[in-house]
Write a protein that binds this ligand. Sequence first.
Ligand code: UDP
Length: 458
Amino acid sequence: MMEKITEKYRGHVLAVPYPSQGHICPMLQFCRRLVSKGVKASLAITKHISTTLNPEPDSHVSLVTISDGFDDGGFSRAESISAYLARLEVVGSQALGDIIEEHVGTRNAITCIVYDAFFPWCLNVARKYGLQGASFFTQACGVNYFYYLIHRGKFTMPVCSPTVDVPGLPPLDVGDLPSFVSSPESYPAYLDLVFNQISNLEEADFVLVNTVYELEDKIVDVMSKECPLLTIGPTIPSFYVDKRIPLDKDYGLSLYHLDPTPTTNWLSTKPQNSVVYVSFGSMACLPKAQIEELAWGLKQSDYHFLWVVRASEEDKLPKGFANEVAAKGLIVTWSPQLEVLASEAVGCFFTHCGWNSTLEALVMGVPMIGMPQWTDQPTVAKFVEDVWNVGVRVKVNEEGLVRREEVKRRIIEVMEQRNGKLVENSNRWKDLVNKAICKDGSSDRNINEFISKIYTSQ
Ligand code: UDP
């Protein structure tokens, strides 16, 4: 089963994700794939996450802990995002240096740091110790390229034209742009984080992007001229794609506690393609009025639905709603999303178009109803609807709300396959995205190239 690039290989990758769900999972998956090909990989998690989760040892990847400067409480203890990031850079640089030094002179000497693109400073740590550095992007290439153009002063918002034209991307309306571009004033705290990703991009030895070449071929070709870019996605557990990595059935590190049984039991009683799965990921906070519109729209659609309403959002539900709809709907605070999307019972995914969720839906061939909230999600929704044609995007009214009638209309449109090509396209993309990570697929070849280069550089 284990495909080794070379028996002699002794490379050791130290991976450093941003400490959030949507960043840890793709990097851990990438590490598992490296290990399956003979590379040693260690994943650095913060002490706070380690003590809170107390994770089981991973069967493939070594888990190491680093301090982010807030061991007792993590991010929530910092007075602001910028204060958190500033301290993390200082304390984290030291902690990474200590780990690297511990391994110097051993047969597990670290050879390359794969760092979250949110942490460009990791490249300085790599260079200090003479190691290679690979920036790892957890968002779509099209979105990263946008940030690149803006950071380098190569993009200005058009004044006269209603659409934005960027090489490799379809014409975009203002509402399709990443929110940091269309309304930067709304998210001052995140702006630096997002644009700093680009600061030393050309100096990295590799720029790894969790996407699939076939999904974004034009933009990947354009951006590859600017930096050493390799597409390596989808970073989905191997069980759901190529099945080449033993014991790789789930993401491994979940920041949310979950008993999957009630969800999977409930789904198992539902007929094929009869359930609408609704989730807005790990971060989105919807206004109370929007949650109410969703609730009534779901009820009025008369389809079965499985809705993830995180604990912090639960009090926005209409009073007594869960009981009122118990015959049709199940509301949970977190779901085993991969299992849910893989279930035959699920007919469509009502999603915020977070990049991981979107890749997961593409891998499983589930048509989507996009209701993007912020960051890269509007741009991803544009791709879902108009480039890959695997879903539709809800219309927002003048008050910024998606009304219940629209929720119902879109559900019926997709569940009753009134939009004839959605299922066919979803199946076609499922095939292409899966092939990319299978032996000799585009991502598999890129991962092999990465491994051969970190090996030969030593
Ligand atoms: N997820 C999950 N259960 C849930 C909701 C989300 O396992 O109930 C996972 C989902 O499979 C995905 C991640 O959380 O891997 C969410 O990442 P995404 O990029 O889609 O959105 P974000 O949370 O970053 O907004």
